[in-house]
Design a protein around this ligand. Structure first.
Ligand code: GLU
Length: 427
């Protein structure tokens, strides 16, 4: 990610708000770094009989408000610092969404597309074998993220249940339907992005039916954000940009009169790579991977990975853009924030904008505990309510304190986490 250390970025964002809040030095020291970190190695027999060892991580940043919560990423370039940053953002995300959970994140240094299905299963079980004593429904609850899937969550839940000697669906969320998962979880992050964009547009007096959007990514979040933008808000998505696993580069797939997200999903593989030949045949223009940033649109939705909007690339943002909604975690560097702020673009910051996934994960855990499952409509209605309340809590803070939306989101989140730590006598 363009030489930016995401953990330093998370700390810079936190420090700026800690200064604005004149946060006590001791409290600041507790929150600047994760409470616990696990680094381990997972030996695994490959299908060809050879033995390989994979590096694994789990970071529990803060669990004052409830069990640590957050996904597990499988990526070839995973580092302890990306996991630390993502765990930290999970603490703020759960607090801003006001769900009773803390922040955690896990990772494995591996490109999942190089593994067979049986190797993936063994690696999932291997991760749990290393971590099972330090995760659990009342301790730390993992979930999917970039490079991991509901099926993998199912294997991990099974391994944990076997080691514990009892069926424990609440140890992990994002499980498949029929395997303890919740209806709506697949759509939740992308739809959550759209609920926040809807509220932002209302606030700015923008009719979304007349707007266009450019989206970075075409994995789980971007797919449902595209569907939601077109189907719920009546807007036009003019392009999506995604990584091509064969060519090891990224492309922007454009159609000025609007992409068809469901068609594109039908020609996308499990790693988010769109079939170029089929897209071309259907009239899509295939452009450079960075082209999405400079599109002449009203709304930009970075929904893939961290660090894509830098001081340099943010200068390419069209004058027409009025809203940036961060579906990804950490897509905007502090230098890009300065550009967005100066231009007066309305930002819906990541840990608010993409909180729909973890909020639905929380609903999944609640349903697992009750052993009673809600309908999809019920889940999505509860999700919309939670996201809308969270958005307005942050907007009210931004209006009252006259601060940037990211800083306002930090203020709401830090206040809730510090309150929980105080009430528990930690600080
Ligand atoms: N990985 C998702 C995120 O970054 C979801 C986490 C969860 O459901 O626990 O928010």
């Amino acid at each position: 990610m363009s030489g930016i250390n995401p953990f330093e970025m998370a700390q810079r964002q936190f420090d700026e708000v800690a200064d604005q809040l004149a946060l006590d030095a001791g409290v600041r020291a507790v929150l600047r770094r994760p409470l616990r970190e696990f680094h381990f190695r997972i030996p695994m027999r490959m299908d060809d009989g050879s033995l390989k060892v994979f590096d694994g991580f789990r970071v529990q940043h803060n669990d004052a408000r409830g069990p640590a919560k957050g996904g597990i990423r499988w990526a070839a370039n995973e580092t302890i610092d990306t996991v630390r940053a993502l765990a930290t953002w999970m603490t703020w995300k759960c607090a801003v969404a006001d769900i009773p959970l803390g922040g955690g994140k896990g990772g494995v240094v591996v490109d999942p597309s190089t593994l067979s299905e049986t190797e993936k299963e063994r690696l999932c079980r291997g991760w749990v074998d290393q971590m099972w004593k330090n995760i659990g429904p009342r301790m730390d609850v993992p979930a999917p993220d970039v490079g991991t899937t509901p099926q993998m969550m199912g294997w991990m839940m099974d391994e944990y249940s076997k080691l514990k000697g009892e069926y424990t669906p609440g140890v992990i969320t994002g499980k498949p339907l029929g395997g303890g998962g919740s209806l709506g979880r697949t759509e939740a992050t992308g739809y959550g992005v759209i609920y926040s964009v809807r509220e932002a547009a209302k606030h700015l007096g923008i009719d979304t039916r007349k707007t266009t959007a450019s989206i970075h990514g075409f994995g789980n979040v971007a797919q449902y954000a595209s569907i939601g933008f077109a189907e719920m808000l009546g807007g036009t998505v003019v392009c999506v940009a995604c990584w091509d696993n064969q060519d090891k580069t990224s492309y922007t797939f454009s159609k000025d009169d609007g992409i068809d997200p469901r068609f594109l999903m039908s020609i996308t593989d499990q790693y988010g790579t769109i079939d170029k030949a089929k897209a071309k045949a259907a009239g899509y223009r295939i452009e450079d991977g960075q082209a999405w940033i400079g599109k002449d649109v009203d709304i930009l939705l970075p929904c893939a990975i961290e660090g894509v909007l830098t001081g340099e690339t943010a200068e390419k943002i069209s004058k027409r853009v009025k809203i940036v909604g961060e579906g990804a975690n950490g897509p905007t560097t502090p230098e890009a924030d300065a550009v967005i702020k100066k231009r007066g673009i309305f930002l819906v910051p990541d840990f608010l904008c993409n909180a729909g996934g973890v909020t639905c994960s929380y609903f999944e855990g609640v349903q697992n505990d009750m052993n009673f499952y809600w309908s999809k409509d019920e889940v999505l209605k509860k999700l919309d309510d939670k996201m809308t309340v969270a958005f307005h809590g942050v907007l009210d803070m931004a209006t009252e304190k006259k601060v940037y939306m990211r800083n306002a989101a930090y203020m709401v989140a830090i206040d809730r986490v510090v309150t929980a730590m105080r009430l528990r006598g930690w600080v």
